[in-house]
Design a protein around this ligand. Sequence first.
Ligand code: MN
Length: 262
Amino acid sequence: MRILLTNDDGIHSPGLLNLAKALERKHDVFVIAPDRERSAIGHAITIHHPLRVERILIPGLVSETYVLNGTPSDCVKLGLEVLYEDVDLVISGINRGPNLGSDVFYSGTVSAALEAGMKGLSAFAVSLDGENNFDFTFAIEFMTGFVSFWEDTIKETRLIFNINIPSLPGEKIKGIEFAKLGYRKYENIFEKREDPRGRVYYWQAGEVRDQLDDPETDLVTLKNGKISVTPLKIDLTHRVLLEQLKDREEDLKKYFRHKLPF
Ligand code: MN
């Protein structure tokens, strides 16, 4: 298969390069990633600066590899439109740290996968749980297997998966589940500080308070030591509410009857 690989931790991230090394044994892999860490950049694209792409050599890596001074979404767009044709699958990751629940809106990792989905391709966003000392060994082994699973079973279905892997050795992983996105709430987000000149500034961080009452969420699945796989879709339309609102369309029009010509 032809696989495009990207991430939001930057081109030198071991999660990206070691996954590329593992996948290139069996697949035609192409790497394009940001020149620096772009975590929490969301779905941003670069339109006010020139985009420069450079081919680089990574020791031990055979795959064609490019570095871009843009965002993860830029990497997918430029990679697919300019550099690499007939891609079967896009993989974004393996990210340092989880991308769970409502955090997918902030995530550069997930956004890169969604960008591929917007282009009609299948894509996996992959993240390893934890905060530091990341050991990607099991996650890489799992992903090579998961790519084969996808290729052998559901390749014809266009899909976007958000995958989160526990930060545990393989033998300690409790299982794997298809799960829905949960909700993450942050508290005490802004820490107020003062710079040496007495001016106030803020650090945005905060403590996360996960809602863990629904066992079907990715939050609970990962917390229970299982790999979580969430199918995502691009369309954010609230279908149920849309149907209900159809009944209110006349009210809406009446409200504007003296103001607008319809
Ligand atoms: Mn990241």
